[in-house]
Design a protein around this ligand. Structure first.
Ligand SMILES: Nc1ncnc2c1ncn2[C@@H]1O[C@H](COP(=O)(O)OP(=O)(O)OP(=O)(O)O)[C@@H](O)[C@H]1O
Length: 633
């Protein structure tokens, strides 16, 4: 195949230098197994010598002896992005600007790559990397469709191909066959085809590359691609800046799952971006500044329980212990309230029960006693981590500021967390991006971005097309959209799940209701009857204790499990199982939701919170949603 490719190139592009011809020969040989190559026979400065469209994406190719200066690379990137702008994909989408990669192939005995900001830098021996099948973004039909559109736009480039001859000579035939087989084996091992890596809705694309003069916010209901846009935008920002970038959320495991996605989208940039949850970031930052902060959840719980014993008599008739734990966690500490007088004036957004002055005094006394108990043992809790990091940051800003900070699932971060992020990112253009959906808030206690001094007027975007859930799944989930007004995270009206447009038809829903004793059998039947592999299926519950019950049932049925607490996005054969708090931000091809019907009486706030949690659980399913309700007794 290589020989044929060499002949074709010599005939059609005789003016290429020897190194370029050698590299392009290797690329052209791959067109026999489905890739496409457009070659510029007379290379021009500032433009790629070829465009390669392969399963891994679209590459603008440069062949050089050493890595060119950034100015030239930047010019090539812009040329390539312009050439590809508006290329149509499936379902009304367009080729994402960030799906166009630059590949600089270093011919001869080039030293190690110097800089990878603007593209991939490969030696000749590394060229097969461009064809790795475990990272496929495009199937064959899409490769042809994209290449066909590029051919129309680039008349100066030749559309060159070689094909596997029907009666190949021994050597060539074997090579061709080996490549074809490699493609087929690779295809069988692929993750489900992930079109978001390459194609965006025109509105998603616009948001991914817009220039914002200050902090910006992306909101929109579940499954509208907020995280997808955030990742594409990270790539866009990383290419146009130097220095580190930060992607963070409240949930511990989520940043690592998204890091794996980003590595598929922008392998050349993954080292530039730090993916970490906010508490881990704060702990590391304090450690680097010489402050070891001891946080142990179990000790904090003990400190709180001791405080509760002392104040129970005054507070338990108003609300139960969990309510007051949340009041301290999300309102007092979460908002950084530092005195009783301030607490008396504090708006308690998201909390339905009103508290008068005398009641607030009682809560404050409980809080103080909790603080004393922690201090006596030299301990801190998670909220202290954020407060201490904020104070340290204000005392001395970081030596190497982040070029950009992206915050996902922002609705569950506390007000203090937001202040920390604002301080960290600063106010400059494109430095802070907040992504979230008020409708999916699974912890009570709210804020407006303006409370944290984050102005986003004119820089708020709302996404409205749901790409995740097939129509039937979406229809089922919409029943949980009971809130009449959805907050856009800044006090104005947002968009609810009922208002989204669905991008995917079909889907399957099953529901089950029965005695708890039969839940194990019902789960087994649902799993056995589902055509979705176990590894792409999740079981979601609402509380920790329900998790233990379901885990035990599934284990006793011999079903291999992985807790969502330990799930980092890697593919395997185990059913994922976890609470809705851990399932946030994720999705699975099939989801089995288990609810236990026996619940203590709920007030309005708890009912609303439960509705939001149900909405989050249901919208995690892409194709198949099973909803089980187990009745006590
Ligand atoms: N442009 C796109 N093309 C194809 N699929 C897409 C696109 N955008 C999003 N998706 C699909 O929708 C899923 C949901 O996207 P994403 O997680 O970004 O949504 P989200 O708005 O952050 O959701 P949630 O708020 O529920 O966590 C993705 O995993 C992807 O499969």
């Amino acid at each position: 195949m290589a020989r044929r490719a060499g002949v074709v190139l010599a005939e059609r592009a005789p003016g290429l230098d020897a190194v370029t011809r050698r590299v392009l020969t290797a690329l052209l040989a791959r067109t026999a197994s489905g890739a496409r190559l457009l070659v510029r026979p007379e290379p021009v400065a500032g433009q790629p010598v070829a465009f390669l469209v392969a399963a891994r994406g679209v590459f603008a190719v440069l062949v050089r002896e050493r890595v060119p200066e950034d100015a030239e690379l930047g010019q090539v990137v812009i040329h390539a992005e312009q050439a590809c702008a508006g290329i149509a994909g499936p379902r009304g989408q367009v080729l994402a600007r960030s799906a166009v990669h630059l590949a600089v192939v270093l011919g001869g005995d080039a030293g190690p790559p110097r800089e990878r900001r603007l593209g991939w830098v490969l030696t000749e021996a590394q060229v097969p990397e461009l064809f790795r099948r475990d990272a496929a973004h495009l199937d064959r039909a899409l490769v042809d469709s994209v290449a066909g559109q590029l051919v129309e736009r680039l008349p100066a480039y030749l559309d060159l191909r070689v094909s596997v001859p029907e009666k190949a000579s021994a050597g060539e035939g074997l090579l061709g066959l080996a490549e074809v087989t490699e493609d087929q084996v690779g295809a069988a091992q692929l993750r489900p085809f992930e079109s978001w890596l390459t194609f965006l809705h025109p509105q998603q694309q616009a948001v991914a590359v817009r220039n914002y003069s200050g902090p910006a916010r992306i909101s929109g209901p579940a499954g509208t691609g907020k995280t997808v846009v955030a990742l594409h935008r990270l790539r866009f920002l990383a290419r146009r800046s130097t220095g580190p970038l930060l992607f963070t959320t409240f949930v511990r495991t989520l940043p690592l799952v998204h890091k794996a996605s980003f590595a598929r989208l922008a392998p050349e940039l993954v080292e530039r971006v730090e993916f970490t949850n906010l508490h881990a970031w704060a702990r590391e930052f304090l450690r680097a500044r010489g402050h070891e902060v001891l946080v142990r959840s179990s000790s904090a719980e003990t400190a709180f329980s001791r405080a509760w014993v002392a104040h129970r008599l005054t507070l338990q008739d108003i609300e139960d212990v969990g309510y007051w734990r949340t009041e301290i966690d999300r309102v007092i500490q979460g908002r950084g309230v530092s005195s009783l007088a301030e607490y008396q004036r504090t708006p308690r957004r998201g909390r339905v029960r009103r508290l008068d002055g005398a009641q607030r005094e009682l809560v404050w006394a409980l809080f103080q006693s909790y603080q004393r108990n922690l201090a006596e043992r030299g301990l801190h809790d998670h909220n202290d981590l954020i407060a201490l990091a904020l104070a340290e940051l204000r005392r001395e800003p970081p030596q190497r500021p982040y070029a950009a900070v992206v915050v996902d699932e922002v609705q569950d971060i506390t007000l203090m967390g937001l202040r920390l992020l604002r301080e960290l990112a600063g106010d400059g253009p494109n430095r802070l991006l907040l992504v979230g959906d008020g409708q999916q808030q699974v912890y009570p206690g709210g804020w407006r971005l303006s409370d944290a001094g984050i102005p986003v007027q004119g820089r708020g975007e709302i996404l409205r097309v749901n790409y995740r859930n097939r129509a039937k799944v979406l229809g089922f989930a919409q029943r949980f959209d009971a809130t009449n007004q959805v907050d856009d995270l800044d006090g104005a009206a947002g968009v609810g799940l009922r208002e989204v447009e669905s991008a995917n038809a079909g889907g399957k829903i099953e529901s089950w209701r029965g005695p708890e004793a039969e839940l194990g059998a019902a789960l087994r039947t649902a799993l056995a009857g589902s055509s979705v592999p176990h590894g792409r299926t999740a079981v979601i519950v609402f509380q920790r204790k329900d998790l233990d019950r379901c885990t035990a049932l599934l284990r006793s049925a011999g079903i291999p499990l992985l807790r969502l607490d330990d799930y980092l996005g890697a593919e395997d054969d185990r059913v994922k199982v976890g609470t809705v708090h851990r399932a946030k931000g994720l999705d699975f091809q099939a989801v089995l939701v288990v609810e236990f019907s026996a619940r203590p009486e709920e007030d309005e706030e708890q009912r609303e919170l439960r509705g939001r949690q149900q909405l989050v659980a249901a919208t995690r399913a892409r194709d198949f949603l099973w909803w089980g309700t187990a009745e006590a007794g």
